[in-house]
Design a binder for this molecule. Structure first.
Ligand code: CAA
Ligand code: NAI
Length: 688
């Protein structure tokens, strides 16, 4: 096996290359290897400058996360960084791919940094529930100023090479990192450039030292969306040490704060979520080397709420799309919505007008299904009616070329049944996007009993290409996410008719960490989805609201009343309808605590998750967690419903379900798997 780190000499330049696939993480072997090679190069009188670079697809993507929580192995990262920073010979970090976390911290102690054009730079530790613990919060503000540093450290998003150059994070953009690094090192020697140690350079801090609001405003902006999370606040706070304290003191406090987060429950859950997302890509009977089908053009049927958003995903990734509607009018409307979505992004400064033109040019509208004949993948997003879907699939079967993948975006219909009308059920799959489809990260990929393995592999690959997190599920009503959601909805509605207010239910779930509660969520989606006026019986709250034209946010009123800025207000109209429904039922109202609301909303979901596992509709419990974190706003610092159940104890969940079953009936009948795991003293996480 190749050594993890090797040292070569190109006359007076030493080249230290890390080769630790897949992402050159700073494992103990990598840290030891770098230190050994650096010490050798520093001690070698022939060597005048050192280039630190990486083999493979990327520079260092950070600490080796698999080592977290285990006894530390020497050398520690700070020891390694100090050795590099104190080198009397110039060290040039030559970067390509990603310089993330500990990888960027390592680059920050080098005296110079050059990078290939496609490189990315970031301190994403907050996403793992920690903060950069090896000087990142102290050196990055000294390199780029506290404003950008807060943005990168509390937000966790990487910046591009162009931004890195502009902000002073790197010295030069080079063609090939190794050669470019070497050329730069020779230039440093020729020009006799002084070694730049960021720890000793406070020049970029001067403005914020004089006017602290530069820093505090940046913190306020960056932490706006971090409710419930500890790491972004702690990370931003640590950047403040750079402004307020001498370097060594700041470094010490940063390390202490990082350790506190590392041993906390939030980081544990966030690290679990990181690996869960990656595990979800592994499908036992579809190995990673399964061949995939090329997808060069995508067809979409239906330019409504979902079709338009789905189309945007593909054109954003540079894949041309043909979008087909029944009538010219609907097509025009759909295309206009796409364009105005893009225009809003331009107005927010996230895209340029040229980029939008380029994306729109990849989009072709049509009212003729024959125009889908050259597509490698067609995604159907027409009305949610089995007969309509079957008709569409019969036509697709006739029109599409052999080998094309035929996908449906149905939320609940039986995909085996849809596939059965085609002569190629092996090519049919569910691709269940979430609304708004251009934004939500989750994609449920639904295999039928007959879906071919290469169709599954292609769908998983494509999901990654368009920036989605894919989870494979089997056919069942509501698949993974909506199937579990329906259990929560049912209890939320029941509790309102027992005496809880809507806003009690919503605030209990909001305080748990969801971005909004079930009623607010439904107001956002539209209460009229699935409501048919002619069949409305005035017997449920939602029916009466729809009959009154209260469809949710879009009509200014639903469960809640909304002001012109779409802020919800508890509604007297809704309260009156609820009271009338309760009076009709002849039952008495009772007080329901937030504690009960949470247990009644969440435990039946966990129970349904257990049934989904039992039936083999999800591969593993962690896949269910990935669905909930990425599709339904489950707070990532609580890992996901199945992880959460493991943390509180399955015996407790089972005991409560039985108690509820005794008083409220079969909604709470425990899943056999839940009973079995409790009897065996095991957890969902033990299922593998
Ligand atoms: N440690 C250990 N393994 C890692 C890793 C890391 N830092 N980063 C990625 N991996 C593993 C993944 O688990 C995956 O393994 P499998 O193939 O076995 O599933 C493999 O590397 C490839 O990862 P991806 O599928 O994510 O590959 P990608 O090309 O889509 O993305 C990436 C690459 C952008 C680097 C992404 O993996 C990523 O964001 N990694 C994490 C980066 C990070 O958070 N770094 C900070 C670490 S914390 C730190 O550095 C703190 C400190 O020093 C004190
Ligand atoms: P929508 O009503 O907004 O759009 C459907 C569009 O399909 C309409 O513009 C209609 O003109 C068009 N259409 C109907 N028949 C057609 C045909 N034969 N050929 C071409 N176009 C045709 O509906 P929406 O909300 O976009 O839903 C579409 C599908 O996505 C449904 O199956 C739905 O269950 C599913 N879905 C919806 C979600 C949502 O939140 N709206 C979320 C996830 C899935």
């Amino acid at each position: 096996m190749d050594k993890v780190v090797k040292l070569e000499h190109h006359d007076v330049i030493a080249i230290v290359t890390i080769n630790n696939p897949p992402v050159n993480a700073l494992s103990a072997a990598a840290r030891g290897g770098i230190l050994e090679c650096m010490n050798a190069a520093i001690a070698d009188p022939e060597v005048k400058a050192i280039v630190l670079t990486c083999a493979g697809r990327t520079f260092i993507a950070g600490a080796d996360i698999t080592e977290f929580g285990k006894p530390p192995k020497p050398p520690g990262l700070n020891e390694l960084l100090a050795a590099l920073e104190n080198s009397p010979k110039p060290i040039v970090a030559a970067i390509h791919g990603n310089a993330l976390g500990g990888g960027l911290e390592l680059a920050l102690v080098c005296h110079f940094r050059v990078a290939a054009e496609d490189s990315k730079f970031g301190l994403p530790e907050v996403k793992l529930g920690i903060l950069p613990g090896a000087g990142g919060t102290q050196r990055l503000p000294r390199a780029v100023g506290p404003e950008l540093a807060v943005k990168m450290i509390a937000g966790g998003e990487p910046i591009s090479a162009a931004e890195a150059l502009e902000s002073g994070l790197i010295d030069e953009i080079v063609q090939g990192p190794a050669l470019g690094g070497e050329a730069f090192a020779r230039k440093v020697l020729a020009e006799g450039r002084p070694l730049r140690k960021l720890r000793d350079d406070d020049s970029r801090l001067a403005a914020a030292k004089a006017d602290r609001s530069i820093f505090t405003n940046a913190v306020a902006t960056m932490t706006k969306k971090s409710r419930g999370l500890q790491a972004p606040f702690a990370a931003a706070h640590a950047v403040g040490y750079a402004i307020d304290l001498p370097f060594d003191e700041g470094l010490k406090k940063e390390g202490e704060d990082c350790m506190k987060l590392l041993v906390g429950d939030q980081s544990k859950a966030q690290r679990y979520a990181f690996f869960a997302e990656r595990r979800a890509q592994k499908i036992p009977d579809v190995p990673a080397d399964t061949p995939t089908r090329p997808v060069k053009r995508v067809g979409i049927l239906g330019a409504g709420t979902m079709g338009g958003g789905i189309a945007m995903n593909f054109v954003n990734a540079g894949i041309p799309v043909t979008i087909v509607e029944i009538k010219e009018e609907a097509l025009d409307r759909g295309l206009k919505v796409i364009k105005s979505n893009y225009d809003r992004t331009v107005a927010r400064g996230r895209l340029t007008a040229e980029q939008v033109d380029q994306r729109m040019s990849l989009l072709t509208g049509s009212t003729d299904m024959n125009d889908l004949k050259d597509c490698d993948l067609v995604i159907e997003a027409v009305f949610e009616l089995m007969d309509v879907k079957k008709n569409v699939f019969k036509k697709l079967d006739a029109v599409c070329k052999a080998g094309a993948i035929l996908a449906t975006n149905t939320s609940a219909l039986n995909i085996d049944e849809i596939a059965s009308v085609t002569k190629r059920p092996q090519d049919v799959i569910g691709l269940h996007f979430f609304s708004p489809a251009n934004i939500m990260k989750l994609l449920e990929v639904i295999r039928t009993g007959q879906t071919a393995k290469d169709v599954i592999a292609t769908s998983m690959r494509l999901a990654k290409q368009i920036g989605k997190v894919a989870v494979l599920a089997g056919v069942c009503p509501g698949f993974i996410g909506n199937r579990m959601l329906s259990k929560r909805e049912r209890q939320a509605n029941k509790m309102v008719l027992e005496g809880a207010t809507l806003w009690d239910v919503d605030s209990a779930l909001y305080n748990f960490g969801f971005p909004m509660g079930p009623f607010q969520m439904n107001d956002l989606a539209g209460l009229d989805i699935g409501w048919v006026k002619e069949k409305s019986t005035s017997s449920t709250l939602i029916e009466v609201l729809c009959e009154l034209g209260r469809y949710g946010q879009k009509t200014g009123a639903g469960y809640y009343d909304y002001d012109e800025n779409r802020n919800p207000k508890p509604s007297l109209v809704t309260e009156k309808i609820v009271n009338e429904l309760i009076a009709k039922s002849g039952k008495n109202k009772r007080d329901i605590s937030h504690h009960e609301i949470l247990e009644r909303c969440i435990y039946p979901m966990i129970n349904e998750g257990a049934k989904i596992l039992e039936e083999g509709k999800a591969i593993r419990a962690s896949d269910i967690d990935v669905v909930w974190v990425n599709g339904y706003g489950w707070p990532v610092y609580r890992g996901g419903p199945m992880y959460y159940a493991d943390q509180i104890g399955l015996d407790k969940v089972l005991c409560k379900m039985k108690e509820f079953e005794a008083s409220m009936g079969s909604d709470f009948e425990p899943a056999a798997l839940l009973e079995k795991l409790v009897a065996e003293g095991r957890k969902f996480g033990d299922l593998g």
